[in-house]
Design a protein. Sequence first.
Lengths: 167, 112, 115
Amino acid sequence: MSLAVKSKIVVFVLAMLVWLALTGLGRQEIISGFVVALLVSTMAGQFLITTHKQKHLLHRWLYAVLYFFKFLWEMIKANVHVAYIVLHPLVPIKPGIVKIKTNLHKDAAITVLTNSITLTPGTLTVDVNEEKKEIYVHWIDVKATGIEECTKEIGARFESVLREVFE
Amino acid sequence: MRLFRWMIGVVLLAVFCYFNFFVYTGQIYFKLINVILVSALFVLFRVIFGPSPADRIVAVDILGVLIVGMLALLGLQYDQGFLLDIGLIWALLSFIASLAFAKILEGRSLDD
Amino acid sequence: MIREMVGMAFIFIGITFDFFGVLGLVRLPDVYNRLQAATKCVTFGSAGILFGAFILQGFNSFGFKALIGIAFIFLTSPVAAHAISRAAHRARIPLAKETIVDEYEKDKELKEQTT
């Protein structure tokens, strides 16, 4: 079975499950959802899975759950930090745009990393340089300006877990 | 001066919370929806008086996500599921609209 | 009974953070800081409200719609913030005067010189 066919089957099953969760079980819903999911998966289904898997599936899912809880904790910290800044009478900020490096290779991994950086304390992804593997980050409370220190401060807390999940 | 403005803001917030939660007698969901409507007023302030175009785009993007929460509360109040459908579609359209606005702001046209 | 209390607690936390995010949108000085505060707090707040609705309603159609809404907000909101911030920087909208470092501007000038 080639990779594109496998990806299309996965997209079809996911679309069908989401549709059934949204509408409920009835004859009309099942028929119309089947037709639309078939259409979508044949037209745009080959982009979801693009590489063969390398590690065991259970290993990846365990690390994904670990990543989820880590992300949730960082996000709560981020919200408390923003609430402190906003409620303080003098608005104590020290913003700047810094540059960090990443070692991830897959597009999906870099996307998840940048989304996580946007939702964690004080940082916002501005742009990604794909050839040199660098991410430009707007930081609301700059503690360091060198590229190594910034990488250690911002990107390292997610990268080790994401490497286990995606690569 | 800045401290003075901050104190005025705190007093106004306290007055709003008192009138909303203790004077106004209504369902608890309507009290919560009032808080979101006041937040939407702040967002509209940023839409109208934003100094640069990017500020207005940010405000419109944020308004879309606020409305989803408000529609969820309305759906809980009236026990109707279709209001959440409206919220999902609203979030989708607001996301695509922000991407299109960002592309126009960057100086590219929509078809490249 | 205890389910309703937990659900209402999630809804209260969500609305509080919604309000803080919008307050940040009004108080902070430039586009990028506003984008940070608003995106983080409003995403978390709306997700909190939807999760509270899921707890109050249980596993019926309403609850599943709330869960799909949470996943959708978490996927789309950072992407929109990233697109807006990049477009704002390329449209030369100035940063606040408190800004102490801007690596992106340096690299952009360097890129334009070489090409």
